[in-house]
Design a protein around this ligand. Structure first.
Ligand code: C2E
Ligand code: MG
Ligand code: MG
Length: 274
């Protein structure tokens, strides 16, 4: 079966499905982690799981190169659960190793809205891994808020009640109303990187970002700024009275091994052995 992507590429859906199945089996699909930082303390407060597909030449393909194809052939659901399970197993491993625990958030695509049992499955899987739900975040992009609101709101409400932290990702790219945001069972709003770009040298951009963050604050949501790349941007965010950020200034998404080496001490282990 063939299909055409919005960019006009013709894809063989069966071949794409098989390629993902094989890649999951062989471990070619990996979970990378990018830290989230507290600006006042300059310390890590959590991480986001981001998928990477290992290429033959040893490099990695970025999500923009394969997620649209997986969305087209319906396999994105499988990938999301795979990354979710990797995140859960890594948190469990940290717990067993006596490392300091950090929450990880995972991206879920709009395709899950078609599944009546989405919330139930997410809960069941985390219970299977025995991971505390407050250590798991669920990121949903803002554009999904338009798709099937009732179903989405009810899924998010179930998950939030169960103890997961719900984030609206890429806020500002999906034109959702403040009304919708106010009523949505959401804990965190991630302000899209396009609003952070330029705040270091443009008063207008800084005022614009301040306005958006103020509106989100009215909805009483926690705020994280995405795409923070420079010290100047970080200081502007601090001056505006906000504290949480993610971006290349702190680190790029890195492999689990590198992440553990850089960010996770064995403090609890040392305490246990003392
Ligand atoms: P996202 O969830 O908004 O993730 C943040 C993206 O911004 C990541 O791109 C990250 O590498 C990039 N980023 C972080 N800091 C900076 C910065 O300072 N500057 C710039 N220019 N970019 C920064 P990445 O890893 O290429 O992922 C792109 C998107 O693909 C993600 O955006 C997310 O929507 C999607 N994605 C990634 N992994 C998954 C997954 O497992 N499932 C699903 N459904 N979507 C995923
Ligand atoms: Mg995200
Ligand atoms: Mg984002």
């Amino acid at each position: 079966m063939y299909n055409t992507t919005p960019e006009g590429h013709i894809i063989n859906l069966d071949r794409a499905r098989c390629a993902l199945a094989a890649a999951l089996q062989s471990g070619e699909v990996e979970m990378f982690l990018q830290p989230k930082f507290s600006l006042t303390e300059r310390r890590i407060i959590g991480a986001e799981a981001l998928t990477r597909w290992k290429k033959q030449d040893g490099g990695y393909a970025l999500p923009s190169e394969f997620i649209p194809v997986l969305e087209e052939c319906g396999n994105i659901v499988e990938l999301d659960y795979y990354i979710y399970m990797m995140a859960l197993s890594v948190i469990k491993k940290w717990e067993i190793e006596g490392r300091n625990l950090l929450p990880i958030s995972v991206n879920f695509s709009r395709a899950h809205l078609k599944d009546d049992d989405f919330a139930k499955k997410v809960i069941k899987i985390s219970d299977y891994y025995g991971v505390a739900r407050n250590l798991v975040g669920i990121e949903i992009t803002e554009t999904i808020l338009h798709d099937d609101n009732k179903k989405l709101i009810s899924d998010l409400a179930t998950l939030q009640k169960a103890g997961f932290k719900i984030s609206i990702d890429d806020f500002g790219t999906g034109y959702s109303s403040l009304d919708l945001l106010l009523e949505a069972p959401v804990d965190v709003v991630k302000i899209d990187k396009k609003f952070v770009k330029g705040i270091g040298h443009s008063r207008t951009k800084r005022d614009y970002l301040e306005g958006i963050a103020h509106l989100v604050g009215i909805a009483q949501k926690d705020i994280i700024f995405e795409g923070v790349e420079t010290e100047r941007q970080a200081s502007v965010i601090l001056e505006l009275g906000y504290n949480k950020a993610q971006g290349f200034l702190f680190d790029r998404p890195v492999s689990v091994k590198e992440f553990e080496y850089k960010y996770l001490s064995f403090d609890n282990f040392s305490k246990l052995m003392a």
